[in-house]
Design a protein around this ligand. Structure first.
Ligand SMILES: Nc1nc2c(ncn2[C@@H]2O[C@H](COP(=O)(O)OP(=O)(O)O)[C@@H](O)[C@H]2O)c(=O)[nH]1
Ligand SMILES: *[C@@H]1O[C@H](CO)[C@@H](O)[C@H](O)[C@H]1NC(C)=O
Ligand SMILES: *[C@@H]1O[C@H](CO)[C@@H](O)[C@H](O)[C@H]1NC(C)=O
Ligand SMILES: [Mg+2]
Length: 385
């Protein structure tokens, strides 16, 4: 009997390989928290998680919100990023192909459990489709859940506590081919160990071409500094919490995961005009002093106030032009920032964090507004920008 079971198992294993299914199963999730920067942090964590379990990661759509619309919009993963570089690192498949080619066999409609740490909302359920973007996300793929599975106290840190083994023991792929999570199986901000996975995220040709043509056709020849000004009303409100939450959002990228490099300050979160102008001038001077490729322009990305006029007049005497992208397009903004000769970002913003990680893997220089703080900085640290 044992050997027959074993035999059947291997037959099934062969069969699923032959059909192109992953016998080790799939990880599926809704990127249900925050906008692009948050979702990107979560994506890297989910990729590390799927890799730890050696399950195929289903690449979810990016969830976007349009002003005044009550339901989120789902943008296929490969609109913004190439799939093939990710495949070099780990098994992945887009949500669209998963639903079309794999779900009918591996994830039958009558057995679709949603996974959450513990009950969420009313009753003993994940309520995986309650609210926006939860409902709209799964509706996009015509998914209804038949039940819930609470996986607590397991968690996503694949680098400690034997966690991969615990997941495999509790949810063997044979019995649980698909783990479909209510939210990302990942922490925010991204775990230090997963940051390097950024190198497998390569912009799609669509984004890449727009960024490239803006740089070559619009920006003057010569070096350019890319800056991120996160200053919309939601951000102004969030920054008011900095005194009580000195590791708010993405602040760990500057102050460390245990605040070992200090505390986030209001000026890091929402730098004043004086801070921005002073630091930008100093950054440009330093680059020009170090390199023959003189800074000819500054590219400003912002969710709200690009400060174009203020920066133009501040930089006029240095003969530096100031530009922004003519359309509101966060991904093209990110791609341009990623290609600048130097980037100045916001410590607290996960949107800035995306650029910083991309530049780190390429070996490009970055710095942050008001960090390190003048007081805690070793003398001269600012001059090494
Ligand atoms: N086009 C554009 N949009 C931005 C910029 N900064 C922020 N946003 C928008 O505001 C959102 C901020 O949310 P998120 O990406 O989670 O980053 P965070 O809130 O700064 O941590 C982004 O996803 C964009 O939609 C920017 O420089 N350019
Ligand atoms: C992961 O699974 C694939 C089959 O899907 C296998 O080829 C590969 O060797 C496994 N990797 C590890 C690290 O176990
Ligand atoms: C330019 O760089 C040199 C070292 O490379 C340094 O000694 C000098 O102080 C710098 N000048 C300015 C104006 O920053
Ligand atoms: Mg946010």
């Amino acid at each position: 009997m044992v050997s027959l079971n074993k035999y059947l198992f291997f037959v099934l294993l062969q069969l699923s390989f032959a059909l192109g299914f992953d016998p080790l199963g799939y990880v599926l999730y809704c990127p249900c928290m925050g906008r692009f920067g948050n979702q990107a942090d979560h994506f890297l964590g989910a990729l590390g998680f799927a890799r730890g379990l050696n399950r195929t990661l289903v690449l979810p759509a990016w969830v976007e919100y349009r002003y005044g619309e009550p339901r989120s919009i789902q943008v296929p993963f490969d609109t913004y990023f190439k799939v093939e570089p990710l495949q070099k690192f780990h098994k992945v498949v887009t949500m669209e192909s998963f639903m079309k080619d794999i779900a009918p066999y591996e994830w039958p409609r009558n057995d679709r459990k949603s996974f959450c740490y513990m009950a969420r909302g009313s009753g003993e359920s994940c309520n995986a489709k309650d609210g926006n973007p939860f409902g709209p996300f799964w509706d996009t793929y015509d998914v209804e859940f038949t039940g819930s599975e609470f996986y607590g106290p397991l968690h996503y840190d694949m680098y400690h506590h034997d966690m991969a083994k615990q997941w495999k023991d509790r949810y063997p792929a044979k019995m649980w081919p698909v783990l479909a999570f209510t939210g990302a199986p990942a922490s925010f901000p991204v775990q230090e160990e997963n940051k390097h996975l950024q190198k497998y995220l390569r912009w799609s040709d669509l984004v890449e071409d727009e960024a490239h043509s803006f740089i070559t056709n619009v920006l003057p020849r010569g070096a350019f500094v890319g800056i991120h000004l996160r200053n919309g009303i939601d951000w102004v409100r969030a920054c008011q919490h900095i005194p009580e939450s000195p590791s708010l959002f993405a602040a760990a990228q500057c102050v460390g995961y245990r605040n070992e490099k200090g505390k986030a300050t209001s000026d890091m979160c929402l730098p004043t005009k004086e801070t921005i102008v002073r630091q930008l001038k100093r950054t440009i001077k330093n680059i020009n002093n170090k390199s023959d490729n003189e800074v000819r322009s500054v590219f400003v990305a912002s969710d709200s106030n690009h400060m174009i006029d203020e920066l133009r007049s501040a930089l006029k005497r240095m003969n530096v032009q100031v530009y922004k992208y003519p359309k509101s397009n966060p991904h093209v903004d990110l791609a341009i920032l990623g290609k600048s000769n130097h980037f100045v970002g916001n410590c607290v913003s996960s949107f800035s964090a995306f650029v910083k990680r991309e530049r780190d893997v390429k070996g490009f220089a970055s710095s942050f507004w008001a960090f390190p703080t003048q007081k805690s900085a070793k003398s001269g640290a600012h001059d090494e920008l």
